[in-house]
Design a binder for this molecule. Sequence first.
Ligand code: SAM
Length: 267
Amino acid sequence: MGGYRAKKRLGQNFLTSRAIIDKIRDVVNAKPGEVIIEIGPGRGALTVALAETGAKIVAVEFDRDLAGYLGKLAARYENLQIIQADFLSYEPDYDCYKLVGNLPYNITSPVIDWVVRHRDNITGAVFMVQKEVGRRLASSAGSKNWSPIAIFTQLHFDVQICFDVSPIHFEPPPKVTSSVIELKPKKSIHVDNFDLFETVVRHAFKQRRKTLVNNLMEGLSGERADVVGVLTEMGLSERCRAEELSIARFLELTNHLASHTIFPYKD
Ligand code: SAM
């Protein structure tokens, strides 16, 4: 692909290190016959390494120029299919598959939403993300990185940081360090009232400098004294912050609020 100019708006930072490509391929651990869906194959650096494992590779690339180039590459591998599409509106025809991608950083959150929506079909995911986003996704309660995206992901997946990748391994180099992370499906944590749980979690973290009760008051219909009462029942201080609550505690909080008929404001 001589002379090709990377498109910044599509998050095009292409991997150039054979060693990093091999490390990602090893984490993916693709087996012949398995379906691997690659998000944003770009110039095919990872795609070729994956295709050589004998797995069925379905590579979804938004950029028409790159998809055209990859189409020629696909002629060399009968187990490689290129689809020119926006991954976010792509619906796979397969019952189960692994996802892989050196993600365009501007679509990381919607990709994670996609993963959570398609969780019943996903046997695993290996993504390159910005280091900070990786730390956030893999964080746990009590850490400053603990956040709604970690909670909604960890309801269904265990998240692990595999290794960090310096900007020198990309062309053009991004401004930040990246991390390869792995999502492994686990038995989902059941949520009785998901709408209320989601509202509680999203509001709880809205302004990190604020206490949990102050953040909750912005989105819930109850009186402050009732919300403080719920926290007291749970053995939590009025001064506590969202970062301190585990998923189990957020579920408990949701159930307590529901039993006191404290619900989100209707729009
Ligand atoms: N996998 C290649 C590599 O590691 O060298 C390229 C990775 S680059 C960070 C991200 C790729 O995702 C680019 O090829 C870009 O064109 C593509 N892309 C951006 N937005 C996309 C979308 N919505 N759907 C599919 N591909 C997208």
